[in-house]
Design a binder for this molecule. Structure first.
Ligand code: AMP
Ligand code: MG
Length: 304
């Protein structure tokens, strides 16, 4: 297909995954990877996630897979879980921002999997949006901002998960969550059989997904705790869920899964009126995917 040829030639391709749309390049080609950073205006200190289509491809990317990491692969791949592992020398330093570790994931989306399995190299792919802006969850979102940067954008429908992958690192054999995402902390802990610590602070130099302001629309946003009323009478107020007014609800059915799927599309639609009055948004319950949603809402609402 055209996508395979473009990627072989070092060009960028918009890639649907179950989390968000990615901006993909050959992860083994430093020139192609450099184009990702240029297209997104992404700082070079922000490492990329490498995507693979087969479990056996892990060894091309990671030098070593600790047994504890294999347990998580078996449980959650393909799916929205990224593992940080020791890097193979074949992965260019640009991909990992010079770190000796590399972030790896096997996505679940059929279009992404089919493409990855047809290629003889892995794909480096961050979200297909300008750095710091809301991630794309439809093909049109990618075209709206990066049409001139990509050879093509594959069609994959709306992303079913809607928030980025959960990132798990291992130091001294112990898992640690670096970013909340499409696999809940509860699901990870159920597999691990023990609590898993998180390190989500905004002072982490290697992790701009952790910056205080990220996923940020132009429209001003204020947050309201889950279950609370809006303190500004008459202001636009998007609730987590209200049956009577689905158009002013984040979730279509009261679940955090639905809210995650819709979150970035809702934030983008607010920007159709960037100078409109500030919008109040009720946070999700702080459990399951609600944690990842609230993390994105906090960063979306943060003003530098
Ligand atoms: P994304 O922008 O969704 O592609 O996610 C990339 C994020 O993955 C980065 O911002 C980091 O937070 C994280 N990441 C990637 N590689 C590493 C690594 N080697 N060590 C720690 N975190 C990483
Ligand atoms: Mg991103």
């Amino acid at each position: 297909t055209a996508a395979i040829a473009a990627l072989r030639d070092g060009h960028l391709v918009g890639l649907p995954t179950e989390t968000v749309y990615g901006l993909a390049a050959n992860a083994l080609n430093a020139v192609a990877v450099a184009r990702i950073f240029e297209a997104k205006k992404r700082p070079h200190f922000d490492p990329l996630i490498v995507h693979i289509g087969n479990r056996s491809d892990v060894d091309l990317v990671a030098r070593e897979v600790p047994p504890v990491a294999e347990v998580f692969m078996n449980a959650f791949w393909p799916g929205p879980l990224t593992l940080v592992l020791p890097k193979q020398p074949a992965i260019p330093d640009l991909v990992t921002s010079g770190l000796d570790s590399v972030a790896i994931r096997m996505p679940q989306h059929p279009v992404a999997l089919e493409l990855l399995q047809a290629l003889d190299f892995p794909l480096a792919a961050p979200s297909a949006n300008p750095f710091g802006y809301v991630s794309p969850t439809t093909r049109q979102h990618v075209l709206d901002q990066l049409a001139n940067e990509v050879a093509l954008v594959l069609e994959g429908g709306s992303c079913s998960v809607g928030v980025e992958s959960t990132i798990l690192s291992f130091s001294e054999g112990q898992p640690m969550v670096l970013r909340l995402g499409g696999i809940s902390l509860e699901a990870l802990e159920a597999v691990h059989g023990r609590p898993i610590p998180t390190q989500l602070s905004s002072s982490q130099p290697h992790a701009p997904g952790q910056l205080a302001s990220h996923y940020a629309p132009a429209r001003a946003i204020r947050l309201v705790a889950h279950g609370e009323e809006c303190p500004a009478p008459g202001a636009p107020f998007l609730r987590f869920y209200q049956k009577e007014q689905p158009e002013w609800s984040l979730s279509a059915d009261g679940t955090t899964g639905s809210a995650a799927t819709r979150l970035f599309g809702v934030l983008r639609s607010l920007d159709e009126e960037p100078d409109g009055p500030e919008v109040w948004i009720e946070k999700a319950p702080e459990a399951g995917l609600g944690r990842a949603i609230n993390d994105r809402l906090l960063r979306a609402a943060h003003r530098a």
